[in-house]
Write a protein that binds this ligand. Sequence first.
Ligand code: KIV
Ligand code: ZN
Length: 516
Amino acid sequence: MGNRVYIFDTTLRDGEQSPGVSLNVQEKLEIARQLARLGVDIIEAGFPIVSRGDFESVKIISQKVKGPVIAALARTADQDVDAAWEALKKAETPRIHTFIATSPIHMQYKLQKNPDEVIEAAVHAVKRARGYVEDVEFSCEDGSRSEMEFLCRIVTAVIEAGATTINIPDTVGYSTPEEYAAIIRTLREKVPNSDRARFSVHCHNDLGLAVANSLAAIEAGAEQVECAVNGIGERAGNASLEEIVMALYTRRMVYQKETGINYGEIYRTSRMISTLTGMPIQPNKAIVGKNAFSHESGIHQDGVLKERTTYEIMNPQLIGLFHNNLVLGKHSGRHAFRERLQELGFELNDDELNRAFNLFKALADRKKQITSHDIEAIIKEELGAIPEKYRLDYLHFFSGSKVVPTATVGLFDGETVIEEASIGDGPVDAALKAVDRITQLNTVLNEYSLNAITGGKDALGEVTVRVQFNDRFFIGRGVSTDVIEASVKAYIDAVNKVAYELEKNGNSFPKVETKE
Ligand code: KIV
Ligand code: ZN
């Protein structure tokens, strides 16, 4: 058994299946680029048959992101496998990942197929995929609740058909570490051709055991682990990438395994995923939570000041967490700004750089000291950009404890500035109602969160909103030193995404397609 563990990142596929998350193509490409910088071995870029957006994202990521293997998911049907290949074919190293359920409950009720029919479908899909690519992964969906004897039969058959990676998901997060490790160990021992494939694990977190199960399976011989940044994914999510890689690293004397991860990119990647998906990170989240490295009690603070390792088992700097480092100010020029962006890992084209530099200058007029976190925030605002149907031209609001909150908003629609005013329950409510009057879209504000990017009274406020339009959700972000302005910008960002989708589809909103 080698000592390398391959990191298969499914943030863009299973992670994107998190309720309410919906990333556009540009955002997915940006995430894929960051995952490549993070050093993951495989990026599962999407499920091409499911929607045009997924297909386009896999296609663009395949064309533009070099380094990691790019994988696309497919059920066993011919159209699925063909769509996966169509989307992947420009990738440097493509992988088709096909799957079918193997547990009695899924075969009987969901698939309505008997075990022989399931093996036949799996073998057929693997052979079809091998007709396109060398690298084919096969997953036994609900593998942890499947009968061992059947698992051995189907795994033997798909390896014979050409599968090069065998994944055994704990699809419903039901397994315990001992049970799950035993499945992997048994397959490796009992499947006669097991030496011809790499074994992989994919754990969901319904019982909070996803990371423990993944690590137990690695000890039992799994060589690939499927995970998502910040642990996002269906229901309670997937095993968290940062927790797995930091456990393998911090306890390397126990696991004796290596990954290809660039640890210094972990924190930045986590923040990017949180911002773009609109899914906040709980403060006590291991590795990347706001409190993961802060010490509250006097005894702990005293210990850390004397010797960091008294209460810190990991160095926060290893994951790229530098405390609020001062970077640029009002007099910094374009050159310094570009250099700092490069250090932060952003690659912007000239047009993006110009827009970002203008935002930076505007911010520098309002805020004395600009930190790397501030810069990340304005860049992310810029990168998510899709064509702007509306741009905030001006905003006035009037609020207080004994007045009716009122707001006036001017939105530039490319030709003129349209003005509306409204009252509301508070200044944010009033301003968003004024925006609604202008756009005339029936959008509903579903979620709202406000974060201070850095400390200090002039801190940047970052607002993330989730807006519902028909049965689709759109995430919007806005950043400003004024939180009401940040709120309006975030709302307009989401509304622009709605408008963009409407225009792309000739004004008829696409019917939502179900994800597996
Ligand atoms: O959880 C699961 O079973 C999956 C498979 C499609 C790999 O996501
Ligand atoms: Zn899954």
